[in-house]
Design a protein around this ligand. Structure first.
Ligand SMILES: Cc1cc2nc3c(=O)[nH]c(=O)nc-3n(C[C@H](O)[C@H](O)[C@H](O)COP(=O)(O)O)c2cc1C
Length: 197
């Protein structure tokens, strides 16, 4: 069993939902997972207590949450000492055309933090129009109209979700397999069956 930390930053909650799905996938594989919103991180927090770490952040106006950037910078040595992964949630990752932009956000982040995660996942986010104020709603509707030609159907509240949950689960499974291999750990549970140690 591997102890995983899944730490994330979010503006409107989508990265938290992605983090929860990743945590569920790791948990179903029999691992021990702690999921934390960076805004709720205890003051005395030791990232070194975990065997492997996943960090997630979303993009607002071209940037990740500053608290995530700061966390990664100040814990870079500890992060570079264990298997790690980063996941990014944005509108850019909702389309093929936005791919390069999404990759660019991460490249800038990697250059600023000097952290080199072993795996990186890019996921489309969500536009929670129902939670935005008037101006933000107007602005995001215009941006989305320009950026996304094949708009998914809105839910009852008018919100639009772009996240591909199969991709999120596949990413989590890939990270788990990588970490198990790196640490020489047999997954304790596969497909609901307990495997002999
Ligand atoms: C004010 C605002 C600015 C945004 N700016 C960008 C951006 O520059 N690039 C991008 O790809 N997505 C952008 N997005 C889309 C968000 O990344 C997307 O809504 C994501 O799901 C947010 O995740 P969160 O709820 O975890 O914060 C923006 C969203 C909002 C509301």
């Amino acid at each position: 069993m591997v102890s995983f930390l899944v730490l994330y930053g979010t503006g409107e909650g989508q990265t938290g939902t992605v983090a929860a799905r990743i945590a569920d996938t790791l948990d179903e594989r029999g691992h021990d997972v702690m999921t934390i919103d960076i805004d709720e991180l205890p003051a005395e927090f030791d990232v070194g207590e975990f065997d492997a770490v996943l960090v997630g952040a979303s993009i607002h106006a071209g940037k990740h949450q500053p608290s995530i950037l700061e966390f990664v910078r100040s814990n870079r040595a500890a992060l570079n000492a264990v298997p790690t992964a980063f996941f990014q949630v944005s509108l850019s990752s909702a389309t093929e055309e936005g791919r390069a932009q999404a990759a660019g956000y991460f490249e800038e982040f990697a250059a600023k933090t000097e952290w080199h995660p072993d795996r990186v996942g890019f996921f489309g986010g969500a536009l929670r129009y129902s939670e935005y104020g008037f101006l933000k709603r107007l602005l995001m509707k215009q941006i989305a109209k320009r950026a996304v030609s094949d708009m998914p159907e809105a839910d009852a509240s008018g919100d639009v979700e772009f996240t591909d949950w199969d991709e999120v689960e596949a990413f989590a499974a890939d990270v788990a397999a990588f970490v198990e291999g790196r640490l020489g750990v047999t997954p304790p549970v596969t497909g609901g069956q307990t495997e002999p140690e």
